[in-house]
Design a protein around this ligand. Structure first.
Ligand SMILES: C[S@@+](CC[C@H](N)C(=O)[O-])C[C@H]1O[C@@H](n2cnc3c(N)ncnc32)[C@H](O)[C@@H]1O
Length: 226
């Protein structure tokens, strides 16, 4: 027995992956194509994709929001977990990389479920606030770290009470815990983690899966929330 969290060696991680439900061939091909890119490590881990898909099913989610699409792996996992009339509103500023995502979404038969919005995410979120407050069941934040706090505050308004916000990379390969690390992204993530801890609009936990995943459950709104 161990009262701490297991740090996975390669053999144990492979065992974990082998013990998960079988991966669809199109998901595997997307992971393999992304892994050949220099920036391929931006993609979420397979075990995290399985976990998020399960959360989305458990929420009976119909509409979800994703900030940071890249080659489309997390979007694909979430979209597949939605019912046939479900929708992922997916935000990214890089039309070139998202072209790869669209190819795989088409192949997987879920392209119709993705409402892709190309542009700076803060601008798109501001537009969504005009008409879609409280209409999302789930949001996933996985883009530039410097804007995490602003993304989170938009998501708290866009996700319905009882819905969930998932936020990637909150443990940042351990750098957030290392006082010698003072890079801009590390500081932004530390500030973000403090922000969520103090935020009375949500209850949260940090799941030490992959690079650390915050889960924030939206509490019923009070008049103080505005
Ligand atoms: C870590 S990757 C997302 C990985 C994706 N969730 C996956 O599992 O494959 C981050 C993405 O955020 C996008 N991004 C970064 N800053 C952005 C911004 N300010 N507005 C919109 N998209 C942004 C990048 O273009 C990149 O595709």
């Amino acid at each position: 027995m161990n009262t701490s969290t297991l740090s996975l060696d390669q053999r144990t991680r492979e065992y974990l992956l082998d013990s998960l439900p079988e991966e669809a061939p199109v998901d595997r091909m997307l992971r393999e194509e992304t892994a050949r890119r220099r920036d391929g490590n931006m993609q979420i881990a397979r075990e995290q994709a399985v976990f998020m898909a399960l959360l989305v099913r458990m929420l009976n989610a119909r509409r979800t929001l994703e900030i940071g699409v890249f080659t489309g792996y997390s979007t694909l996992s979430v979209a597949r977990a939605l019912p046939a009339d479900g929708c992922v509103v997916a935000l990214d500023r890089d039309a070139d990389v998202v072209a790869i995502a669209r190819r795989y979404w088409r192949e997987a038969g879920i392209e119709e479920k993705v409402d892709l919005r190309i542009g700076p995410a803060l601008d798109t979120l501001q537009q969504l606030r005009n008409t879609m407050e409280g209409t999302f069941d789930f949001a996933f934040i996985d883009a530039d770290k410097i804007n995490y706090q602003a993304y989170f505050d938009h998501c708290v308004k866009l996700v319905r009470p009882g819905g969930l916000i998932a936020v990637d990379n909150v443990l940042w390969s351990g750098r957030v815990a290392d006082p010698a690390e003072t890079g801009e992204d590390t500081e932004a993530l530390r500030a973000f983690n403090r922000h969520v801890r103090e935020d009375r609009r949500v209850e949260h936990c940090i799941v030490p899966i992959a690079d650390g995943l915050t889960l924030a459950h939206i509490l019923p709104r009070t008049t103080e929330d505005g």
